[in-house]
Design a protein around this ligand. Structure first.
Ligand SMILES: [Zn+2]
Length: 150
């Protein structure tokens, strides 16, 4: 049995983009056959899906914030860099344009990263929460172990 999973992404202007996410080739007569998704397949699916969605959102954000908010002219591109965005489902590498600030802007910086306003931190709030929670447990465990040793 072959299974193809696609995602349909629609931006604010109504433009639709369909992308393949994953293809699964399952043989029901295999000894290690698992009905539905295995844990490994589901992790792979979520990682790929997360990457596609974040890239789509980053592109949509960049498209809607390319113009100067004051005079509405397109800001010139200096270069393109890549930022890493860490999520619960893996790290997503997304291109991010560096633009020149418009002459009408009173900003002292010549250039800026267009995704800085959208992703000021390169970690998702959910991942940050989980990491903080785990860190608090580990600190308690260490403290408890040290207390028992004394
Ligand atoms: Zn301007």
């Amino acid at each position: 049995m072959k299974c193809k999973i696609q995602v349909t992404l629609e931006d604010e202007q109504g433009q639709i983009q369909v992308e393949d996410v994953i293809r699964l080739d399952k043989n029901i007569s295999d000894q290690d056959y698992c009905a539905g998704l295995s844990l490994q397949e589901s992790k792979q699916l979520l990682k790929i899906l997360q990457g596609k969605i974040v890239l789509f959102e980053a592109q949509a954000y960049a498209n809607t914030h390319r113009d100067c908010p004051c005079c509405h002219t397109k800001r010139r591109i200096k270069d393109c860099r890549y930022i890493q965005y860490k999520t619960l489902f893996g790290t997503v590498v997304t291109p991010s344009l560096r633009l020149y600030n418009c002459k009408c802007s009173d900003n002292r910086e010549k250039t800026f990263n267009i995704l800085r306003g959208w992703l000021p931190q390169h970690i998702s709030p959910e991942l940050q929460y989980i990491e903080t929670k785990w860190a608090s447990y580990m600190a308690y465990e260490k403290t408890a172990n040290n207390k028992n040793q004394n």
